[in-house]
Design a protein. Structure first.
Length: 284
């Protein structure tokens, strides 16, 4: 009885120690986030005054001024619908291409894979000028279409395709063969058998794609010039006075609002993305 009680005490002490250690390790990651929220509730003068996480005077009007200084609500909506559009299209095309590369045998399949891998070696900054002239020739400058099409069919789309390919290769072929025996076409097997079994991989691609599109800065800077068409990364840099000096209290308040969708997406899908990365390396 005494030994059992001692073991229980040791287990509790060990758990408490691990919890305290993790809390200490988490401080460098949590502190900047807390400082951002705190500074978003301060005046510009107080931010550069005596450092403190608790505002001396709570400036709730900062969050109102964020929406009156520029069309921030419209810019917020722009980022939201662009990120969702890119995510949906990437899931569609990456799952189709990944399934084809994993299951279909066709002439030039190895060459296609080599071409896709070689495309990953080219930095996006190198292709931004050719893409600009292409979009200008298509008449898509100062629209949101380049911000949707380029991520879907660019390097990030290739990464998503290979992630889906690795997951499809790990699925048992017997399940797909059973679907073919039931009369399903190749597309039907993809839709009714492969996709329902690949939810962890789809969740991983969705969250990575959403975060990538949400944080895009270079492409909106190049392709968008109208203020009402700005996305959030561009809008955050626009909180400046007439001399170009950043209005830090507004920038930090706006940044606090900008991270809300990212936190929601991560909290919803963090388990699926971890499972997907663990399972994507099982085979292939």
């Amino acid at each position: 009885m005494t030994d059992r009680f001692t073991r229980r005490q040791l287990a509790v002490i060990s758990r408490v120690c691990w919890t305290l250690a993790l809390c200490v390790v988490a401080v460098p990651f949590i502190f900047p986030f807390l400082w951002m929220i705190s500074s978003g509730l301060k005046s510009a003068a107080e931010i550069f005054g005596a450092p403190s996480l608790i505002p001396r005077r709570w400036q709730w009007y900062n969050y109102v001024e964020v929406f009156t200084y520029q069309p921030f609500a419209r810019q917020y909506f722009n980022s939201l619908y662009i990120s969702l559009s890119v995510t949906v299209l990437t899931l569609l095309f990456a799952s189709l291409a990944g399934y084809a590369l994993a299951r279909m045998r066709f002439a030039g399949a190895a060459l296609v894979g080599l071409f896709l891998v070689s495309a990953l070696m080219v930095p996006e900054e190198v292709t931004i000028i050719p893409n600009f002239f292409l979009m200008k020739w298509l008449g898509l400058i100062d629209t949101h279409l380049p911000l949707i099409l380029l991520p879907v069919f660019g390097p990030h789309g290739i990464v998503a395709t290979f992630l889906m390919r690795q997951y499809f290769m790990a699925l048992p072929k017997e399940l797909e063969e059973a679907g073919r025996m039931d009369g399903l076409s190749r597309l039907g097997v993809w839709w009714q058998v492969a996709l329902p079994l690949s939810k962890p991989a789809l969740a991983a691609v969705a969250i990575i794609t959403f975060l990538h599109s949400w944080n895009l800065f270079l492409e909106p800077l190049i392709f968008v010039s109208s203020l009402e068409k700005f996305t959030l990364p561009l809008a955050l840099t626009n909180f400046t006075d007439p001399y170009g000096v950043p209005l830090w209290h507004l920038q930090l308040a706006a940044t606090s609002l900008a991270v809300v969708p990212i936190l929601i997406v991560y909290l919803i899908a963090q388990r699926q993305i971890i499972e997907s990365f663990a399972l994507s390396g099982v085979k292939g």
